[in-house]
Design a protein around this ligand. Sequence first.
Ligand code: COA
Length: 383
Amino acid sequence: MQESQPTPALTGRPVISSTGLFTPAETITNEELVAAFNAFVDRHNAAHAEAIAAGEAEPLAYSSVEFIEKASGIKARHVMSKAPILDPDVMCPRLPERANDELSVMAEIGVAAAKQALERAGRSPADVDAVLCAASNMQRPYPAMAIEIQQALGIDGFGFDMNVACSSATFGIQTAADYIRAGNAKSVLVVSPEITSGHLNWRDRDSHFIFGDVATAVLVEDAAIAPAQHWDILGTKLKTVFSNNIRNNFGFLNRATPETEGTADKLFVQEGRKVFKEVVPMVAQMILDEAARLGIDPEGLRRLWLHQANAGMNRLIAHKVLGHEANEDESPTVLDTYGNTSSAGSIIAFHQHSDDLQPGDTGLICSFGAGYSAGTVFVRKAG
Ligand code: COA
């Protein structure tokens, strides 16, 4: 019989032990997306030709590949259900409802990302104390997605859901870090399954290109039990400021039904220009203030893993923080292939672009989005 190792004395110092990523197999390119959108526009305008000719209705306008790439930097996105999204008569994902005894789809992709994070840390689920499911949209109100993920992984402990839109993952990381700091847990999984294709209005020209689906996981642990390869969390900071500029009114009291007029506000809507103008200075200042509090020289940051909503926003924020135009190595982009994946974006960037950093290198994971909400997690590679 194997002797069980005694648990080392906990330090109360939170670290990131590993991350995991699940990427849906299907992708939609801008070309495919625009072709489907423009086919919908043709059908809509033909169906309303009389009203348009009489000046009673405005014709819908075409979308364009060039606009999308120039305005956002997005070239493609992964999705869970491609064909119905591209069908001009449907234009939304169709994910069949599963029976209550089957793993739900959101839990399934969360579990896939979580398993990878556990594997990369050499961690057994038995060692994990808690699961936070932190995402923009939950598949159902209860039982919590986190508890289903906990059960599927075989974790003995507790789990709960939290939603802070695009900042859900960084808010989850701080919450997990606080459990470690307080000694209430030694190992916490923050899972962010983002099936954003379900809240996107694929018929809205202003935003139909924005989002993509993905799931990420971050394993936050006490330094005492972390694997040799890990990231020390130097400090976390959260901020929220109420704004209606990004909003989704869907909820159990406000449902979109076929009978309801104006279902568009039961999906994602935004004033993109205002978001851009208001969020960039707020986030840049927050990063600089937090760096000062932690005694970190922002110009010495080796890499920024920023929220992936818009390439222009990231360029501006990175410039304000680093004091010069950031290159791809300093501020990597995953937007081009993933689109905006809500809270998962900065974690994908970290997952894919952190192995090459050296021990002692300091970087920043930063999210921002609806609420408004923003979160910073300063990390340093251990070793
Ligand atoms: N295809 C072609 N043209 C389009 C278009 C499309 N799909 N969508 C809009 N346009 C046109 C508009 O009609 C407008 O034309 P006009 O100048 O003749 O009036 C022009 O392009 C500019 O539109 P606008 O919506 O103001 O574009 P923008 O340059 O502000 O870019 C966003 C739009 C959404 C990409 C950008 O504002 C953004 O990314 N904002 C931040 C979003 C964000 O981070 N949100 C957080 C979500 S979590």
